[in-house]
Design a protein around this ligand. Sequence first.
Ligand SMILES: Nc1nc2c(ncn2[C@@H]2O[C@H](COP(=O)(O)OP(=O)(O)OP(=O)(O)O)[C@@H](O)[C@H]2O)c(=O)[nH]1
Ligand SMILES: [Mg+2]
Length: 428
Amino acid sequence: MFADRAKIVIKSGNGGDGHISFRREKFVAAGGPDGGDGGKGGDIIFVVDDGLNTLIDFKHKTKYVAGNGEPGGKRRCHGANADDLIIRVPEGTVIKELQSEKVIADMSGDHRREIILRGGKGGTGNMHYATSTMQVPKYAKPGQPGKELQVLLELKVIADVGLVGYPNAGKSTLISAVSNARPRIADYPFTTLTPNLGVIDMGDGSSFIMADIPGLIEGAAEGAGLGHYFLRHIERTKMLLHVVDAAGTEGRDPVNDLKVMMDELRRYDDRLLEKPMLIAANKTDILDPSADDPVARIQEAYPDIRVLPISAFTHSGTDELRKAIWEVIRDMPREVRVFEKEYDVEYNDDANLPYTVTKEETKDGEKYVVEGPRIEKMLGYTNLDTEKGFDFFQKFLKEAGILDQLEALGIKEGDTVRMYGHEFDYYK
Ligand SMILES: Nc1nc2c(ncn2[C@@H]2O[C@H](COP(=O)(O)OP(=O)(O)OP(=O)(O)O)[C@@H](O)[C@H]2O)c(=O)[nH]1
Ligand SMILES: [Mg+2]
């Protein structure tokens, strides 16, 4: 089976919390603060592994979680950083955010090792907050949370030649005639449901790879049928080989079939049309001798593309076709098309935790209420009874833009602000 797409969940580790503690020494009533910093959470790192060529492993294991940093400890003890989690993928794996399908990273070319999610930073321990005026800091910073993300992994088949054509045109029959691939073949449309790769041996030690994809129909680029889903497999091929039913066994005209295919390619990505092309006019073993020669008509309609008459069934013309393909691609470097990053991971650091600022009417006048997990978290870590702690909190309110929001709601000096049971008078 060809496992070329997998959905997985990845999560980087949380940072360890900073610690709050005080030195205990004989004969010293209250020593200085000695709470250490928390360790960093593990990153999620993707690495290209040349020994892999499918995404099959990701069908079995779908959740990848890096470890959390350890909290800081007493006696300035730094919590241990967690190990990064390394995820090995085949070259050509594109990592996308699941919902938007936007590219986070393309593991191709020079991109062999990418940090996809960074672990949360450890929080600073209270040992950093002692000053001459504030000797008993009862606050430390919490560690930053890690980030969880659902991602889609897609492996782009990097074949040299991509076969395109209507269902039943004979693509699978052709690849089995010229390569080691043994796909299913049947005379009903959409026999091929996943791409097949075949290696074609040129006999002199060289070889190339052909990709057989499910048939395309009109509207394929917009998602009709299975086709568009597989067009991405031919985005990086060196050339395209059109396979057309020259005998028109299904009542269609081969020249029109080719026109539809060209339109679908253009709609999907017009760069596909810039690739070198050949046309295999297939099923020549059953041409109607009394009708106009369809091979000549195709050549007339596409004068710039070489048309080769073949029968994938009897193998007539397939050797010439193999050679014609080789002539086109032998000196072409393999195209490494690296997809640009489109998605920036947003981290739910403290800065991203939500809060609300509202105004409340009471019988004593107006009160301002600030609420939200971020506020609660900061309050939990801050001792507001101390001057340093209060300054620390003030600074946080300012940096988080909360003071600006209070001003915007019309707060005046002396007004009351309430946050989780604490009430303050507002002064600039
Ligand atoms: N007479 C004749 N029949 C052929 C030839 N090539 C393919 N066929 C028949 O056409 C039918 C479809 O062939 P496939 O190779 O499965 O076609 P396909 O293009 O892979 O079709 P999808 O996978 O559905 O896109 C089968 O019954 C084949 O035996 C040929 O050269 N001559
Ligand atoms: Mg097929």
